[in-house]
Design a binder for this molecule. Structure first.
Ligand code: G4P
Ligand code: NA
Ligand code: NA
Length: 189
């Protein structure tokens, strides 16, 4: 998606060789117009598919998932990372290891909001090692729902998540695919 790649080149900040900061339009300040274009693009890509729900993970996936969902006219469900006394007792749970934070955390979705009739599009902002995506896939599998595909804004293809997901036959659509970052420059596939 050219508009997105242009924005990454213009406003993204490369931190070391692995982290791309996009706080000015995606992870802190949100460019809603850009998100709308992203929503239209995912709708175009999944126009032939019946989607009943968008699934994401808190926190930064929620904003983009909500905008995408407006183009599909379906609800968003987000996996929660924190244990909460208010959360329903009956939950699907999975363990996610974060390389960035070097620790595992549990994600949870109430059984009320996912079932075997659901056809799910997963939306997330970044794909790196894919641990979050696999945690969501695990929860979808537990619920008996069908995973129709995973839509990612920025995939870092030098990290293994995308390759592993595709090898498992999972449909994966990433709107910008970053191959390498060096000398402050972003190089796309
Ligand atoms: P993985 O799920 O692909 O295995 O990712 P990893 O553990 O490596 O990443 C942990 C968090 O960092 C995730 O956010 C992920 O979206 C984010 N992330 C990974 N690489 C980058 C990057 O290059 N730039 C930016 N801006 N973020 C990156 P999270 O744990 O879901 O946190 P939250 O921000 O959604 O609360
Ligand atoms: Na994030
Ligand atoms: Na995220």
């Amino acid at each position: 998606m050219d508009l997105l790649k242009e924005r990454i080149v213009k406003d993204g900040q490369v931190e070391g060789s692995e982290i791309l900061k996009v706080d000015s339009f995606l992870n802190h300040q949100i460019d809603v117009e850009l998100f709308n274009e992203i929503g239209k693009e995912f709708k175009r890509l999944y126009d032939q598919e019946e989607i009943t729900k968008i699934l994401t993970i808190e926190a930064s996936g929620i904003g983009i998932a909500c905008i995408v969902a407006q183009y599909f006219n379906v609800p968003v469900v987000f996996a929660k990372k924190t244990e909460s006394r208010n959360l329903d007792k009956e939950t699907y749970e999975s363990e996610v290891y974060s390389f960035t934070k070097q620790k595992s955390y549990r994600i949870r979705v109430s059984k009320k909001y996912l079932n075997e009739k659901d056809k799910i599009l997963v939306i997330d902002d970044f794909l790196a090692n894919g641990k979050a995506a696999f945690g969501l896939k695990d929860i979808i599998d537990q619920s008996g729902a069908t995973l129709k595909g995973i839509g990612i804004i920025i995939e870092k293809t030098f990290q293994p998540g995308g390759k592993v997901l595709r090898e498992q036959g999972i449909r994966l659509d990433s709107l910008a695919r970053v191959k390498e970052m060096k000398d402050g420059q972003v190089i796309f596939e």
